[in-house]
Design a protein around this ligand. Sequence first.
Ligand code: NAD
Length: 316
Amino acid sequence: MPERVNKIAIIGAGAVGATIAYAAMIRGVAKQIAIYDINRAKVDAEVLDLNHGLQFVPMATLEGSDDIGVCAGADVVVITAGAKQKPGQTRLELAGANVELCRKLVPQLLKVAPEALLLVVTNPVDVLTYVVQKLSGLPTRRVFGSGTVLDSSRFRFLLARHLNVAVQNVHAFIAGEHGDSEIPLWSSATVGALPLMQWSVPGRARLTEEDRTHIFDNVRNAAYHIIQGKGATNYAIGLATAQILEAVLHDEQRVLPVSSRMEGYLGINDVCLSVPSIVNRGGVEAVLEVPLSDSEREGLKRSADTIRQSIRTLGF
Ligand code: NAD
């Protein structure tokens, strides 16, 4: 049997879409990468530039077009197209325009790539994941969002730097909305096998309540700072999405805080948000019921209410 050829289709050749393609290409995530954008000049230029780097990465083919047909037969479609935050704007404020984009896009995608999993990155990602799942009618496991994978990597980076340990040894999740109502899961965070809340290592910084507040504020406000400085965030979301794609296409069973539809998770229903979940070739295989403190549980419910309210306002 010939080896199965994995194909990723990326919708949107903007800062995020092009960087996802770049990260996926460097990591050899898929043999075929396609990018679709309504801006022909932009997609052609990005794909040409990426193609000029092919010699230096694992073998793959890259094509781009303003014709959705370029996505035909994709195993995963990554949606990055749409409006982005202007300095000071919240993610939820983008919802209306990006919902309209999805209304047009989703039926076209179902036609050209009927077998694909749909991975939403466009903001507000939790709201749009819900909307795309509803519009597509696909099983909930096949439609998910990048959620708080990025926020969790920001969280781990800041904790690792504060404690002076390798970021790979920090296991800590941000859950809920990818946005202002997100919450840090302090009670389940670990460094190596040591619960973070018991961290006390001679010669290393302690983690005071003030430190924790400061670290979480930095996580929550990271995008605002970056957008203020350079107009977009792209590198970390590119790498985060490449890892999600790897988890899917390489059937890794990886635990990632992707956004998916909750049905009875701690009493939370009918809303998309992020909790640690097992991701494999089929999409979101399972959501993990991690132990939560009372305030984390309340925070997650509040976050769910915030997202649900936005979904209802949009008529879904
Ligand atoms: P960008 O403006 O650089 O790119 C958007 C691209 O979408 C443009 O090239 C535009 O031509 C294209 N586009 C618009 N409508 C389209 C359509 N109907 N079909 C195909 N292409 C279309 O924006 P960006 O910086 O790449 O950000 C894209 C989105 O990703 C934003 O919503 C942003 O908020 C979001 N984002 C999400 C995360 C996350 O963690 N989920 C992180 C960063 C950015």
